[in-house]
Design a protein around this ligand. Sequence first.
Ligand SMILES: *Cc1c(COP(=O)(O)O)cnc(C)c1O
Length: 326
Amino acid sequence: MHPPRFELVAAPTPLQPAPRLGDWLGGVDLWIKRDDLTGLAFGGNKTRKLEFLVGEALARGCDTLLTAGAAQSNHCRQTAAAAARAGLQCHLALGGEAPARPEGNLLLDRLLGAHLHWCGEHRKGEDLPALRERLRSEGRRPYVVVYGGSDPVGATGFVEAARELRRQCEQHDLHFDHVVIASSSGGTQAGLIVGFEDDPRPPRLIGIRVDKTDATAAHAESIWELARTTAAFLGRRPPVDRERLVLRDDALYAAYGEVTAHEREAIRAAARLEGLLLDPVYTGRALAGLIALARAGEFGSGERVLFWHTGGTPALFGSAADLLTD
Ligand SMILES: *Cc1c(COP(=O)(O)O)cnc(C)c1O
């Protein structure tokens, strides 16, 4: 099945070696997949999901995108940009209260013309049904993008991303033994699990948890369920090998979005060794997880490792106090 797609990604995103960072890790053959460069309003992994979510919204004749996230949500910022590209209105249900000075992603949400609804403790879309009804009563036709864009439609973007990576590997005669990603709402990992099913020699996909709100086992179960429903949505055979789902909580040093010395070390190493900017919430913690795995000797000698950069860099602006302390 070919679900409707609204093109947003400047594909393929670059695949680059990171030799200095790899040496610093004790001789890891390290590469980076640059999904911080997806090409839409500072990029990020949500752009891939939104190609299919916006495609579906347009196919259904909707005129408004409605989604939710934290105040510094990258997903919300990319949804606002995708809505602008598609000529749709965008409403965002954000956790917290309106700050006096909008910074980072929040500044971009405003510039992109999104309508903001502040929801206090509710940062995961608890208020979306009520907002949808309100928009309907005002005569709009809203399309609800679930938290993180992680449903079978959104995850399809990462089934496609696995195919994109396979083509790049064929072109450059490369093979990855491990692929490391930040994992939160799970659409990225679930889509890649389904996409790698086509691979005769699939890499070991390692999701690094960044949010400890749920228990690890429950989080893993939700990702596995999403992988299976995504495959079914696309008319594919659902994955059966549960070993393919690797979800690590080694790097859950603190609550979601809290920066510790581990994330600071990872962010500085990437910046100072490769000129590569990570974000404080997702990729900083995910690289901290990769560093922990390397130090624990989990990558064999001669094995090649891909770090999938999922974006988020606008959140750096506004994080000086967290990032510049020692
Ligand atoms: C949303 C996000 C993730 C996590 O992706 P999921 O599909 O929600 O698991 C990782 N990195 C960044 C920068 C994100 O914005």
